[in-house]
Design a protein around this ligand. Structure first.
Ligand code: OGA
Ligand code: MN
Length: 200
């Protein structure tokens, strides 16, 4: 198995077990702090290029108010995270036969008051998103700052997940979830592990 490049803090067996039993898993202390720092730097230095996530093809949606920037190879630090998720997809494929072929991702910035209402990332198998993985990269977060991920697991139980710095929340893309309004600037990378490399 190609696990050599994954940080030792990623407890693969636990993640596989949690995804299997609950449809979601958390990885805490995902990266060395030096990396977190560089990534936060890359994110914040590009904030002026982020666009309104609510506007797609000229249509304005009311369900979200965050700002996003799609990640390509020019964003060198973020690309390292995408590369690891790509490695990790191979492990998921071996365990669950998911057929993941590609990872797509964007930075997201929720300023105070911004939210993302209840949704699924892959409603009715409409797209090829199999697993969603959200990495929180702000350097501080307190429990009363809002911005929690509210997620219904595969057994229909609801969970409140704090956007703890350096945490990855991974969940099946067909599960219902929302981002509660943040009270402070909340920075993340949302990535989707996809089963079809052609479709974007
Ligand atoms: C998304 C999403 C959850 C989070 O970007 O689709 O639901 O905690 N993000 O940021
Ligand atoms: Mn989502």
């Amino acid at each position: 198995m190609e696990t050599a490049f994954l940080p030792t803090t990623w407890n693969i067996d636990q993640v596989v077990e949690d995804l299997n039993e609950h449809g979601f898993a958390l990885i805490d202390d995902a990266y060395p702090l030096s990396y977190v720092h560089e990534l936060a730097q890359e994110c914040t230095s590009n904030l002026n290029s982020f666009r309104d996530a609510a506007i797609q093809n000229g249509v304005v949606s009311k369900i979200r108010s965050d700002h996003i920037l799609w990640i390509d190879e020019d964003l060198k630090i973020a690309s390292q995270h995408i590369e690891l998720l790509d490695q990790f997809s191979k492990i998921l494929n071996q365990n669950f036969y998911l057929g993941i072929k590609q990872v797509e991702a964007h930075f997201a910035c929720y300023n105070a008051g911004e939210f993302y209402a209840l949704h699924r990332d892959n409603p009715q198998q409409k797209n090829d998103r199999v697993i969603s993985a959200v990495y929180y990269l702000h350097e501080e977060w307190q429990d009363d700052w809002g911005g929690q991920l509210h997620l219904q697991d595969k057994n229909d139980l609801w969970h409140i997940i704090q956007p703890k710095p350096n945490r990855i929340a991974m969940f099946r893309s067909d599960l219902m979830h929302e981002v509660l309004a943040a009270k402070h600037q909340r920075l993340s990378i949302t990535a989707w592990l996809r089963s079809n490399a052609d479709l974007l």
